[in-house]
Ligand binder design. Sequence first.
Ligand SMILES: CC(C)[C@H](Cc1cn(Cc2ccc(C(=O)O)cc2)nn1)C(=O)N[C@@H](CCCCN)C(=O)O
Ligand SMILES: [Ca+2]
Ligand SMILES: [Zn+2]
Length: 305
Amino acid sequence: VTDAATTGRGTGVNGDTKTLNTYFSNGTYYLYDTTKPMSGGVIQTATAQNRSTLPGVYSTDADNAWTASNQRADVDAHYYAGVVYDYYYNTHNRNSYDNRGASITSTVHYQTNYNNAFWNGSQMVYGDGDGTTFAPLSGALDVVAHEITHAVTERTAGLQYQNQSGALNESMSDVFGYFLDPNDWLLGEDVYTPKVSGDGLRSLSNPESYGQPSTMSNYVNTTSDNGGVHINSGIPNKAAYYTISSIGKAQAEKIYYRALTTYLTPTSNFSNAKSALLQAASDLYGSNSSTYNAVKSAWDRVGVN
Ligand SMILES: CC(C)[C@H](Cc1cn(Cc2ccc(C(=O)O)cc2)nn1)C(=O)N[C@@H](CCCCN)C(=O)O
Ligand SMILES: [Ca+2]
Ligand SMILES: [Zn+2]
């Protein structure tokens, strides 16, 4: 038996070439990455073959050149999951979403023309999009980071997915999406409306441009979308934008990670988030620091006391 970890080459959703950690077994290559210090865990990518059964079947290739057009979503889901794993490990000393090296499983080609991506409590799931609203959704690093951060949040703060705690849950995923992809303040721009450039799904700097509020005074009370978790996330997202713009990404990601994993709880609301981030800023940089003051100012500006 000649099972072995191998290195492959693949083409991503946007036509870019990337190196892949693959696995060779019994004459076939798999999107199965055993190179991370996950104490047994792996990063593995499967395809639902345009049906709804999860996790589906492993993505395979005959020659370890993953360049077919129907493999692009598989390539990016696998590659970006590795990038996000490395980010949490190297930047926050966190070993996968459970901090115990849990395997990271992704399934692509979920249903047909599915314009969404989600964490289902056990794995990531990505649709192919309809080609107009979305390209295959694993083609955006900030989207993959958004979904994996849902898993981190679930295992740490456990922010309940409704109303203000749910909007915080959403915001944490969008904010860590930014930390992984800090080239712009947009989320999903690499896969949203592939025929239109420069737009995204949500904006941290200008939530209003995508129909989200950015001040507490404009909080939307609604029963849809679990109490508007994808709408009211604009308020903490705007506070994050002010914070990052003031203190920079390096300090902000430390503060956000510490607040998420140490101080936030399942029922935290926006005011509790302000306190959690201030406590994290105080722990890390002191309560008289300009960093602390920047966090306070950010939340004051979005009207959260
Ligand atoms: C991560 C992000 C790329 C993804 C984007 C997304 C996609 N959709 C559906 C959707 C579909 C069509 C359009 C349109 O403009 O026509 C807009 C939105 N709503 N949000 C998203 O935000 N997905 C939700 C999925 C939530 C599923 C329930 N837990 C999430 O992960 O929070
Ligand atoms: Ca982005
Ligand atoms: Zn989300």
